[in-house]
Design a protein around this ligand. Structure first.
Ligand SMILES: [Zn+2]
Length: 258
């Protein structure tokens, strides 16, 4: 115990020292507006206040905010009319304003400095799903897009959540089996057709997926078509359950039903 305690204190001291050195090299700045801050990997109060965090009560299947709490598990009209292929989805915030910019930076500008904050947010928003999960699997990019962007942002997010929760991440569990068009500009039906059968569990990973509860990680849930196609592939391979955890959820038009 004493040894462990000493090691813990030494570790804390080292972390403080590294923290101080990092502060000297790169002073902590707001990840969005670059205003000076007291600590790294954070947003200033003003930017924080402009993120539309998704708060309960939620539709249990789609993770959409519900107008009032009726107690127990609630299913939105949208989920009842057109149930998703995944079990439950949760997202940190609505896809607008600062959240949209932060995700865009992660995706296209190689700006990974928000990843620690994203990891903390995902772990909080997905606490219920992660408590039951055996494995974390990121949504894969196509080869072409992987080369163009040089990295898979969902795999980076999955790695962060894995680091914070201790749940294993399997970044190579899902493969794209054919090319798909970018989903942007497609209708809900076209999005489904575009990604139908486009994913499969890698043969070498099939035995690991069988019987496990998977949390799929994506950056944004738009129509839920990509997450749905991934969930079908995981379930075909014998996954006991597939939930989806994302940074943002598009809540205007496509998913919301009244
Ligand atoms: Zn700011």
């Amino acid at each position: 115990m004493l040894e462990g305690g000493r090691r813990g204190q030494a570790g804390d001291a080292l972390r403080r020292m590294v923290g101080t050195i990092t502060d000297l090299v790169v002073p902590p700045l707001c990840l969005s507006c670059h205003a000076p801050l007291a600590s790294h990997d954070a947003l200033c109060p003003d930017c924080w206040g402009r993120i539309d965090f998704i708060q309960p009560p939620l539709c249990d299947r789609l993770g959409l905010p519900m107008p009032f709490d009726t107690g127990g598990v609630m299913i939105s009209a949208a989920a009842a009319a057109d149930p998703p292929d995944y079990d439950r989805a949760r997202a940190v915030a609505r896809f607008d304003g600062i959240m949209r910019d932060l995700i865009h930076d992660l995706k296209f500008h190689d700006r990974h400095d928000a990843r620690r904050l994203f990891g903390r947010w995902l772990t909080q928003a997905g606490a219920e799903l992660l408590a039951e999960a055996d494995m974390i699997v990121p949504v894969p990019l196509t080869r072409v897009r992987l080369v163009g962007r040089r990295f898979n942002q969902s795999a980076i997010l999955a790695m962060e959540v894995s680091r914070l929760t201790g749940i294993e991440s399997e970044p190579l569990a899902l493969l794209r089996t054919r090319k798909t068009l970018p989903q942007v500009g497609l209708t809900r039906q076209q999005r489904r057709q575009n990604v139908a059968g486009a994913f499969a569990v890698a043969t070498a990973r099939k035995a690991r997926i069988k019987g496990t509860k998977v949390v799929l990680i994506d950056d944004v849930i738009t129509s839920g078509a990509t997450a749905g196609a991934c969930a079908r592939a995981l379930k075909r391979a014998g996954a006991a359950g597939v939930d989806v955890l994302a940074l943002a959820l598009v809540t205007d038009g496509i998913l919301v039903s009244t």
